[in-house]
Design a binder for this molecule. Structure first.
Ligand code: RB5
Length: 143
């Protein structure tokens, strides 16, 4: 699975941690930046990851900023993205099962690396449940 990943300076360290944790036989990351803890603007990285997902360059995306709020808002401006801000395990599971989220956002100043790692695992493994949720996701796509 190819995963596009991006963060601002607030999410840089967690982004690097997630890459190290998950890069392997089944997961390949494409890193859309940022490349250091120097101050940058989170919309640039949400846009880049969102566009990569919609273009099919990657299968799913992960975006990280301090809270996860700004970068999730920015990512969702790219038509075709369903970016879910998940700072807990239950939300991560539901974002896949009910919302077919194609981008995960997290807040590096809100959760620790252990919880973030569990959230990513769930986001990568859980499947969309379909059924009654399909028409709701379809309605999102049509907005
Ligand atoms: C940057 O200081 C911070 O505003 C950003 O990482 C994020 O939390 C915005 O939503």
């Amino acid at each position: 699975m190819k995963i596009g990943i991006g963060s601002d300076h607030g999410g840089f360290e967690l982004k690097e941690f997630i890459k190290k944790e998950f890069e392997g036989e089944t997961v390949e990351f494409v890193d859309y930046g940022t490349k250091s803890t120097d101050s940058v603007d989170y919309p640039d990285f949400g846009k880049a990851v969102g566009q990569a997902v919609v273009a099919g360059e990657v299968d799913k995306g992960i975006v990280i900023c301090g809270t996860g709020i700004g970068i999730s808002i920015a990512t969702n401006k790219v038509k075709g993205t369903r970016c879910a801000l998940c700072n807990d395990l239950y939300s991560a599971k539901m974002s896949r099962e009910h919302n077919d989220a194609n981008v995960l956002a997290m807040g590096a100043r809100v959760i620790g690396s252990g919880v973030a790692s569990e959230i990513v695992k769930i986001f990568l493994e859980e499947e969309f449940a379909g059924g009654r949720h399909s028409k709701r996701v379809q309605k999102i796509n049509e907005i």
